[in-house]
Design a protein around this ligand. Structure first.
Ligand code: OAD
Length: 244
């Protein structure tokens, strides 16, 4: 990696009045959580999203999809935040009120690393919601079905993550877009930039005048929007980039 590009990026970050940090699966890769699209290890290389991450799939094969999410929950419970999560948390704590952290990840590792007010665009693996519940559904009183269902209406409990074809949580998206429009610097870490609307945030920030920094060991579609591309693993690059 070009040391002068990294030093320029450091200067932008230090001078920024407001920084948007957007993360994707790559920030958790060094913790041992597989990304979605990496050719050999990515989750979507082994599973078809249509089979597992849609409402239709859940209705067709609820037990199978529930078990897949249980497997991912177990996998994430067994890992820990890596130096990239920790560097982001430390940086935000040292610059109170000036950093907005937006993640596409559902693993909760930013929070485990100490980050506060994380905007989760795609939900959280460890929460559940109801698939078209009756309004009186109570997660503490479920039928012993697989997956659990509401004792009153039979609605299925589901993981509170955003599936293909579903809208993002409205408030989270609004806050992320507002942060993009008001940031001086947008630091993008470990995302392929293929899934919208999250992938549109760096472009929004760039159009509003922010410097965009991309951290990714591989080329990504966001490189063309970037003012600086740091081609390195996040766990290696961020502790240097965000050193105080
Ligand atoms: P992807 O799997 O599409 O992309 C992961 C990116 O991380 C790739 O560009 C890798 O090159 C990069 N990467 C791998 N190891 C890295 C490392 N050590 N440091 C930095 N970068 C690294 O994951 P996302 O872009 O997050 O959505 O995917 C976006 C969304 O697609 C996910 O949130 C998920 C998925 O479908 C939903 O489930 C709704």
């Amino acid at each position: 990696m070009d040391a002068s590009t990294e030093s320029l990026a450091r200067q932008w970050l230090r001078a920024a009045r407001h920084t948007l940090i957007l993360t994707g699966a790559g920030v958790s890769a060094e913790s041992g959580v597989p990304t979605f699209r990496d050719a050999l290890t990515g989750l979507w290389a082994r599973f078809n999203p249509e089979d597992l991450a849609t409402e239709a799939a859940y209705r067709d094969h609820p037990g199978l999809v529930w078990d897949w999410y249980e497997m991912r929950r177990d996998m994430v419970r067994a890992v820990a935040p890596n130096p990239a999560h920790l560097a982001i948390a430390r940086w935000a704590a040292a610059h109170p009120g000036t950093v907005t952290l937006v993640t596409q990840n559902v693993d909760g590792l930013h929070q485990q690393a100490g980050s506060e007010h994380v905007i989760e665009l795609h939900g959280n693996l460890f929460r559940n919601s109801w698939l078209h519940g009756c309004g009186r559904c109570d997660a503490h009183r479920t039928d012993a079905t697989h997956p659990p269902s509401c004792t009153a209406c039979g609605a299925l409990l589901r993981p509170a993550v955003v599936w293909f074809g579903e809208d993002l949580p409205r408030v989270a998206l609004y806050r992320a877009q507002h942060a993009a429009e008001t940031a001086d610097v947008c630091l993008v870490v470990g995302t392929s930039g293929l899934v919208y609307p999250a992938a549109g945030l760096p472009g929004l920030a760039n159009a509003a005048g922010a410097k965009v920094i991309v951290v990714n060991p591989q080329p990504s579609t966001l490189d063309t929007t970037a003012d600086a591309v740091l081609q390195a693993p996040a766990g290696e690059c961020l502790p240097r980039l965000l050193a105080m």
